[in-house]
Design a protein around this ligand. Structure first.
Ligand code: HEM
Length: 388
């Protein structure tokens, strides 16, 4: 078990269940300096929200504190207001123009067909055989692009996902850079063709003729972030949700009630969500939770800790599928909050509905294997089987 002074998110016990050590940290040293990550880590909900709200004193864009950022990294995710505003609103408006119910229906038929194929298997891996193909299909459908080959896309995405922990393990940085180049080539191929209707064609149509010369670059980079970021969080969210349901045998049936299905998919993300944290950099000396953060220092917002903070959530360790309100940080908060939230909720509802309508029941099989990544909480392997 990680001790509080050597908190290691990659410690096997912490990977298996990060919430007890985060709870200890929250009550003993809610804001603590993590030497390995050279960051102030925040564990209280109120401190996390205060930082996420304050994009003036806490930058996402590293250029605001003098760092260099390469061109391919400039996207909705790395820019701050006011520069971020036109690109974020382009993508948000394009998303609102999509028929998400239709995307949900297509996700549901894909799942029904897949579960039929898996019905007689003694054991299958939910990650490789359900979560990955489902997530590639949904994101391609949403963006309006041809589905890439699932296996090759999964290896690109995995290298990028692992490189998010480069602060903890520098060896993962270079494979991540190479995978980003491969992904860029795929995204550029979408921009060479006219493409079918979807989010991307809407964005391209509405970005045309803009006087902002950087907008085209930001749009291409954001398309890449949406595809890869959307895929990797979706895959991880599906795995974590299935795992939680397998450990709470009555939970699935509770979601036959449509109101509980609606609140339940959010509670699954609060309870064990995929994105464990994010970071910002102080642009001025600023006090957070009784600690002074100096200009240029990094602040780590631990969503996983905030989402289990008893000051915000009654019985945080309980899965309460009808929890309302549930202002969790699983999709972030503020100007960088998730653009794909509604698409993600739609996909998770399709998953639950398909499992509920299945004549057989999903059961855990061999022990699952957690992925050795800290920023993204996911499974490498999640074996399951359908039994009557
Ligand atoms: C259950 C699935 C998902 C979860 C839990 C999730 C979570 C998050 C979180 C926590 C952030 C904020 C990160 C930060 O503040 O640094 C974020 C941002 C983002 N998400 Fe998601 N996400 C999910 C699915 C998706 C999907 C399906 C898409 C795309 C179709 C998507 C696209 C994005 C984008 C583009 C951003 C960056 C927004 C910005 O910086 O302005 N996400 N997501």
């Amino acid at each position: 078990m990680s001790s509080l002074t050597t908190y290691d998110p990659l410690d096997p016990a912490t990977l298996a269940n990060p919430y007890p050590v985060l709870a200890e940290l929250r009550s003993s040293t809610p804001v603590f300096w993590h030497e390995g990550m050279r960051s102030w880590a925040l564990t209280r909900y109120s401190d996390c929200v205060a930082v996420l709200r304050d994009h003036v004193r806490f930058a996402r864009d590293r250029r605001r504190t003098g760092a260099a950022v390469s061109e391919p990294s400039l996207s909705v995710q790395s820019l701050d207001p006011p520069e971020q505003f036109p690109v974020r609103s382009l993508f948000m408006n394009a998303l609102r123009a999509q028929d998400l119910d239709a995307i949900g229906r297509r996700a549901r038929s894909l799942l029904d067909a897949r579960f039929d194929q898996l019905a007689d298997r003694a054991e299958f891996d939910v990650m490789a055989e359900v979560a990955a193909p489902l997530s590639v299909a949904v994101i391609s459908d949403l963006l309006g692009v041809d589905e890439p080959d699932v296996d090759s896309f999964v290896s690109i995405s995995d290298a990028i996902m692992r490189s998010m922990d480069a602060g903890l393990d520098p060896a993962v940085a270079e494979p991540g850079r190479m995978a980003r180049r491969e992904l860029s080539a795929l995204v550029e191929s979408w921009f060479r063709t006219s493409g079918r209707p979807g989010l991307l064609s809407h964005v391209r149509e509405h970005a045309k003729g803009s006087s902002d010369t950087d907008l085209d670059l930001y749009v291409r980079n954001t398309a890449r972030v949406m595809f890869q970021g959307g895929y990797s969080t979706m895959v991880a969210a599906v795995g974590n949700a299935v795992h939680t349901l397998l450990r709470h045998p009555n939970a699935l049936d509770r979601m036959r009630d449509s109101a509980v299905l609606r609140t339940g998919v959010d509670e699954l993300v609060r309870f064990d969500g995929p994105v464990q944290g994010t970071s910002r950099i102080a642009t001025a000396p600023v006090e957070v939770g009784g600690v002074t953060v100096n200009t240029g220092e990094t602040v780590l917002i631990l969503f996983a800790a905030a989402n289990h903070d008893p000051a915000q959530f009654a019985d945080p360790e309980q899965l309460l599928l009808d929890r309302l309100p549930n202002r969790h940080l699983g999709y972030g908060w503020g100007t960088h909050s998730c653009i794909g939230t509604v698409a993600a909720q739609t996909t998770l509802r399709a998953l639950i509905s398909s499992l509920l309508e299945n004549p057989t029941r999903l059961h855990a099989a061999s022990p699952p294997v957690r992925r050795n990544t800290a920023t993204m909480r996911a499974f490498d392997l999640l074996p399951a089987t359908f039994c009557p």
